[in-house]
Design a protein around this ligand. Structure first.
Ligand code: MG
Length: 298
């Protein structure tokens, strides 16, 4: 089960994907509130859900969907199985990347294993949703790589968060492709410049398809990650092989900056990164999180 964003009759809306199909969760929430005798403005983006309603929960989703008033309207709440999904969280405050977090990926790029998590930033203007195209500009004729990653969505504001408390700040999980202009990144690494432009080009941050709540029965430190290009497996690993765990990453970065609801942390990519070209179809699957699909080029 995961939440997703979509457009319903010209308005933003939140959907829920379950084994029984896709449903309009914004309308279900409205009906549920009427059944409880409360009436609040219904959030239409996931960032609003996190900020105003302070939930991202399997338990709440089940309570809403199993409500008798909601059940009576299930037919009207159905959304097409091939509904076009928007950015799961809209435009978050920041996207934090973690570099070199799987040993074999560190080796393939010939670097040393880091002693602390290595952070960089991706611009939020680089975000695209599932099924939207990755565009490599015509002038860029050097290598661009895929990087399959588990991404964490922050639920609430926090600073100096302890490892013990870190998972209380996680709303849920999604899939992120940390698309990287590799040769430009190498130029910057060699000149001791930050890895910013190579990671932040427009369309270089596909995210989605939705957000799987953290209270779902899934261990984020034991999820299979598989990336295929045109159906051929290029990356295959498991999040148990991350060097730094999610609590370690959150504790370390929150020493330096306040984490805000909706912030995205990409937890690093395993080995198998490689170049992508116009016409390629890139699919990333992570256990319990669905499939993120993006074509390269229009
Ligand atoms: Mg990466």
């Amino acid at each position: 089960m995961y939440f997703f964003s979509f457009t319903h009759e010209g308005q933003n809306a939140i959907g829920l994907k379950t084994k029984n199909g896709n449903f309009n969760f914004s309308i279900a929430l409205d009906i549920y509130q009427q059944s409880q005798g409360t009436k609040q403005p219904i959030p239409v983006t996931f960032l609003q859900v996190l900020v105003e309603m302070e939930f991202c929960s399997n338990e709440v989703a089940n309570e809403v969907m199993e409500n008798a008033w909601v059940q009576a309207k299930m037919g009207e709440l159905r959304v097409a199985p091939d509904v076009c999904m928007d950015l799961p969280i809209g435009r978050p405050g920041k996207i934090i990347g973690v570099g070199r977090n799987y040993k074999n990926h560190v080796k393939e790029l010939d670097h040393d294993i880091p002693e602390l998590p290595l952070f960089f930033c991706k611009a939020t203007s680089s975000l695209i949703a599932t099924d939207q195209p990755i565009i490599i500009p015509e002038w860029l004729d050097t290598r661009v790589d895929h990087e399959a990653e588990l991404a964490v969505i922050i639920s609430k504001q926090g600073r100096s968060i302890s490892e013990a408390d870190a998972m209380d700040y996680v709303a849920g999980f999604t899939i992120l492709n940390d698309v990287t202009a590799r040769d430009i990144q190498k130029e910057d690494v060699n000149s001791a410049h930050p890895w910013f432009r190579s990671k932040s080009m427009d369309t270089f941050c596909p995210v989605g398809p939705g957000i799987t709540p953290a209270d779902q029965d899934l261990d984020p430190h034991n999820l299979d990650i598989v990336l295929t290009v045109n159906g051929e497996i290029r990356q295959k690993n498991n999040t148990k092989n991350m060097i730094f765990t999610i609590p370690q990453i959150i504790a370390e970065i929150s020493k330096y900056m306040t984490l805000l609801p909706g912030d995205i942390i990409a937890t690093g990519t395993p080995e198998g990164v490689g170049p992508i070209y116009n016409g390629d179809i890139i699919e990333i699957k992570i256990t319990g999180l669905g499939t993120l699909t993006n074509k390269v080029g229009l």
